[in-house]
Design a protein around this ligand. Structure first.
Ligand code: SAM
Length: 474
């Protein structure tokens, strides 16, 4: 538990590592999934999600007890939510990407009977195998005698959404047959069966690789589909047997936009926030989850993709739109304006003229403006005295201009009335372009509470329908 004296003092950025979970002091180990954490966390997870031990560290430090409610407003594939559930602590998750939201939902549903789940999945696999056999196709890669023509495939509209060659025709055919069988034999295990397929798709069936950005490797002609899927189901069943013995805890999940969230939750109902929002680093989370989003039917066409991108904090130049206006919320932030101006100056100096390069300065302003909007909206739902941990990284992706994300977010938070408790260093990594050490940090804040929260920008723009001030009023 953070003591009151410590909480009110500002601890300067230091190189002290406070994570108990770090092993051997090696950076690479600090966000790996430890063997003992695999149950539920391992069912599906973003590559480079923060590790469960980091969540445990802050649950303990913030003194979270079973009756408390912890919010992750950018919950992704649910590391915070799963860890709270495992520790019997109530949680609330918000996520705007349907696929990641689905993964979190399934990862906290420990109700399926493990042996029935396996029996059901085996029956599905048998039906799928029979259908494949009829066409001379075997699950084991490279031994099919069957047709290379008339394979099941996706509509052109859906295919256009995929990264080129992210899945080869034969594995795609097998996957579509399996999906069809899961659909036909729909049961209470439906969601778990589909999540297990999403995981097998990304890591075994597809041609995707993560380094850590998603890319496509040399397409493989064939891949097993039923075998890795069943292996994943069996792993889930072993986990379920263990997880069902844990105490229950409330979980409340919202498929929504964290910049516009006050209406989702009761005032003063949240005791702590543990989260990792996007950073302004050109990472496109919709690409990371594209294949499984399309195959599981969460995205059918370009409009679906656009409306997903529209709900996300602007963190890359591929999700910036004409009417975007979050930049007004940092219009009077001198440091953010300086950085954006510097990026634009460098762009002109370096003669970079592509549409994306022209967008670097704008996305930087939109990103911090979006996070300001989120932090402003959040205040209404926090209990006075609530602690918050935001895991963010420095970036130098825009023409090598250094963006100290953590420091800037901490400054925005302070201008909104939050107290900065400390900034913990989570890990560092070397930026290949600049050879500089980039910090990944945990910004620890405290919401002191106020009698009435008024939120408005200096130029009078409305947030959440009310005229509000981004300045904090006591
Ligand atoms: C760094 S990831 C979080 C990873 C997460 N800690 C986990 O365990 O998987 C950031 C997440 O924020 C989500 N996101 C981006 N903008 C959002 C918004 N406006 N509202 C809610 N979620 C958003 C992204 O879809 C992504 O899943």
């Amino acid at each position: 538990m953070i003591t009151e004296a410590k909480a009110t003092s500002v601890i300067p950025i230091s190189d002290q590592i406070t994570m108990r979970g770090r092993r051997n002091g090696r950076n690479g180990d600090s966000n790996k999934l430890a063997e003992e954490d695999r149950p539920a966390h391992g069912w599906f997870r973003f590559v480079l999600s923060y590790p469960p031990h980091l969540v445990r560290h802050y649950l303990e430090e913030f003194g979270m007890k079973p009756r408390c409610r912890v919010l992750d407003p950018f919950c992704g594939t649910g590391t915070t939510i799963v860890e709270c559930r495992k520790n019997g602590i109530g949680s609330v998750g918000i996520e705007a990407n349907r696929m990641a939201f689905f993964a979190t939902q399934v990862k906290v549903d420990w109700s399926p009977n493990p042996s029935r789940l396996v029996e059901h999945a085996e029956a599905i696999a048998n039906s799928a195998r029979e259908r494949l056999d009829k066409d001379g196709i075997t699950d084991a890669p490279g031994v099919s005698r069957g047709p290379r023509r008339d394979l099941l495939t996706l509509s052109d509209e859906r295919k256009d959404l995929l990264l080129a060659d992210s899945i080869s025709p034969l594995p795609l055919h097998k996957t579509l047959v399996l999906l069809d069988e899961i659909e036909r034999q729909r049961s209470p295990f439906y969601d778990h069966e589909r999540l297990a397929l999403a995981r097998a798709l990304v890591f075994q069936i597809s041609n995707l690789h993560f380094g850590p950005e998603v890319g496509v490797e040399k397409p493989k002609a064939d891949a097993a589909v039923l075998a890795p899927w069943l292996a994943g189901i069996r792993e889930m069943a072993v986990d379920l047997a263990q997880l069902s013995r844990r105490p229950s805890a409330s979980v409340d999940l919202h498929y929504a936009d964290a910049r516009d969230m006050a209406h989702l939750l009761h005032a003063r109902s949240i005791d702590a926030v543990i989260t990792s929002p996007p950073y302004p680093n050109e990472k496109d989370y919709t690409r990371t989850t594209r294949l499984e989003s399309v195959l599981l039917g969460f995205m059918h066409n370009k409009m679906d993709l656009k409306s997903l991108k529209y709900r996300l904090v602007r963190s890359n130049t591929r999700n910036v739109y004409k009417g975007d206006g979050d930049d007004v919320f940092v219009a009077d932030n001198v440091e953010i304006q300086r950085i954006a101006t510097e990026i634009e100056r460098r762009r002109i100096e370096m003669g970079k003229t592509s549409g994306f390069e022209r967008m670097y300065a704008r996305v930087t302003r939109l990103y911090f403006g979006g996070m300001a909007r989120h932090l402003a909206a959040l205040r209404e739902v926090l209990r006075p005295g609530a602690y918050l941990a935001y895991v963010v990284g420095d970036q130098a992706s825009y023409l090598r201009v250094m963006i100290r994300t953590g420091k800037l977010l901490a400054d925005i938070a302070k201008s909104l009335g939050y107290e900065l408790v400390k900034i913990d260093l989570f890990r560092t990594r070397l930026a290949t372009a600049t050879r500089e050490q980039l910090r990944e940090e945990v910004i620890v804040l405290r919401w002191p509470g106020v009698k009435s929260v008024r939120i408005a920008t200096t130029n009078g723009r409305k947030i959440n329908g009310k005229r509000k001030s981004l300045r904090h009023n006591h």
